[in-house]
Write a protein that binds this ligand. Structure first.
Ligand code: 5AD
Length: 484
């Protein structure tokens, strides 16, 4: 079967399609010439297993341990190495390399200027590592200098060359997803084109797998403020099916912390069975699944003590949700990219809470089970409807579901997003939908949303929906979950 190139499809690419596109991808910047799949796979095979993400996550799952990864990226390779060694020394289990914004947009000439200006200034003027400009050999110095798995943290519709360079250099995971990064961060990039460039990246990871190297991906919707967990999970599950179809064999299913303890824990608890259900349904039985939570991605309180409160609560939610690893924030989050020490403190605060909780056996919490049942039913309704719209194809289904407003991400910048679904926190601070738009929430659960929202507004002065929404969006940065 050779599906039409014009109709999006999750079907696995043939070698010819990948190789033809690859020539163009590698030609985008001179460092592309450094990548040789066979040489890179041999480098990975010779690496200690403790530096491989899939291996490390497998150990964590087997021992019920929660790992922590901060975010970090600077312009210079030596400065990046020093930063990672400091974070590793402070207890980071997984090591990040945040890629700068120019590289995310494939603007390598601008990144080159950023490197030169940073050198001149004696500090990083880029918000991450311009990995493509440095190239495979330079990035491999990072892999050689650390003893833990490396993550390429970049979030855009087209990361093909960045993935070629960074995985080639010894990185073993990346943040990922055509649907999640299009809806989360992009405005004009066509969905079908984003899916195609991600299929390329996934097929490249599949090519490593065929050479005996398991590479991982972390799927998560990077905007999560008041986005129902079921909605971000549905996007992640569709991206995961698209990834598995090209040969990816290790996937982390992500959510963002929303600071409602039961809902956050419930989402994480719901993920493994939901993921297994859909991947098995497509025959992807050998895909390993982990869960991951990003600490609060919305506005942070400027007060450092309050910021630590959010960070520590994330660690508790992750513990209650049995999460495999979490991405930590820093007490500088309200200001911008953190200093190394602030970054270390976000990490050590998270690790401290997790260490103290590690041996505590808490009784099951009824509210978590209740929210888990709701999240499972909602997520299944959205994913099943998307697959139905795509005649069983996850790629086509995702595009049609977005067009139909079945997938509708509140606050998405993307042109294709319907913007008909309107969220709000209920009387206990859980995220519900006040307007459903085209999102196929089952009737009984709709009524639950409506009742929980009505209970919040009962006996209060009625506010315009947008006013309430704005207050909810800003509440945590102002020091509370529910605005007065
Ligand atoms: N170093 C550390 N953290 C970073 N973030 C973005 N770039 C960097 C970097 N270079 C963090 C932001 C935000 C999240 C999306 O990533 O602070 O919390």
């Amino acid at each position: 079967m050779n599906p039409s190139r014009n109709t999006p499809s999750m079907a696995r690419w043939d070698e010819d399609r990948f190789m033809r596109m690859r020539q163009g991808v590698l030609a985008n910047w001179p460092t592309g010439a450094e990548v040789d799949l066979d040489e890179a796979a041999a480098y990975h095979r010779a690496m200690a297993p403790t530096k491989n993400t899939a291996w490390t996550l497998r150990q964590a799952r087997a021992h019920g341990k929660t790992l922590v990864q901060p975010r970090a990226g600077v312009a210079d390779v030596d400065a990046q190495i020093a930063l990672l060694q400091r974070l590793r020394g402070a207890g980071a289990d997984l090591l990040p390399t945040t890629v700068d914004s120019y590289t995310r947009e494939c603007r390598y000439a601008d990144a080159e200027r950023g490197i030169a200006q940073s050198r001149e200034a004696g500090r990083s003027l880029l918000n991450g590592l311009p990995a493509v400009n440095h190239g495979l050999r330079e990035c491999r110095r990072i892999a050689d200098a650390v003893d833990a798995p490396l993550f390429a943290r970049t979030a855009s519709p087209d990361c093909r060359l960045t993935h070629e360079i960074m995985y080639g250099a010894g990185y073993t995971s990346c943040t990922a997803g055509a649907i999640v990064f299009s809806l989360g961060y992009a405005k004009d990039y066509p969905l079908a084109k984003a899916i195609e460039s991600w299929q390329y990246s996934y097929r490249m990871m599949g090519a490593y797998h065929e050479r005996g190297v398991t590479l991982s991906v972390e799927h998560y919707l990077p905007i999560s403020t008041l986005v129902p967990q079921s909605m971000s999970m549905a996007c992640v599950l569709l991206d995961s099916l698209i990834a598995a179809a090209q040969g990816v064999r290790c996937i982390s299913l992500g959510i963002g912390q929303q600071c409602h303890l039961a809902q956050d824990a419930a989402a994480l608890r719901a993920y493994p069975a939901l993921g297994r259900h859909y991947l098995d349904a497509f025959g992807f039985h050998d895909v390993e699944l982990s869960t991951v939570m990003s600490q609060w991605m919305g506005g942070f309180p400027p007060d450092e003590g309050q910021a630590f409160g959010v960070i520590c609560m994330a660690a508790l939610a992750g513990y209650l949700g049995g999460v495999t690893y979490m991405i930590s924030k820093s007490p500088h989050e309200a200001i911008g990219v953190p200093t190394t020490e602030a970054n270390v403190h976000g990490l050590t605060a998270s690790k401290m809470v997790l260490r103290m909780l590690a041996d505590q056996q808490l009784a099951p919490i009824a509210e978590i089970a209740e929210e888990q049942a709701i999240i499972e039913a909602e997520t299944r309704a959205i994913v099943d409807r998307a697959l139905e719209l795509g005649d069983g194809d996850a790629a086509l289904g995702a595009i049609r579901a977005i067009e139909a407003g079945v997938i509708d991400v509140p606050f998405s910048p993307h042109r294709s997003n319907a913007n008909q679904a309107l969220p709000a926190r209920d009387w206990r601070g859980a995220v519900r939908l006040a307007q459903f738009g085209g999102v196929p929430i089952p009737k009984a659960i709709r009524e639950h949303h409506e009742a929980a929202l009505a209970r919040r507004s009962a006996g209060r002065v009625q506010r315009a929906p947008w006013e309430l929404l704005l207050a909810d969006v800003n509440a945590i940065s102002e020091g509370m979950l529910l605005p007065d």
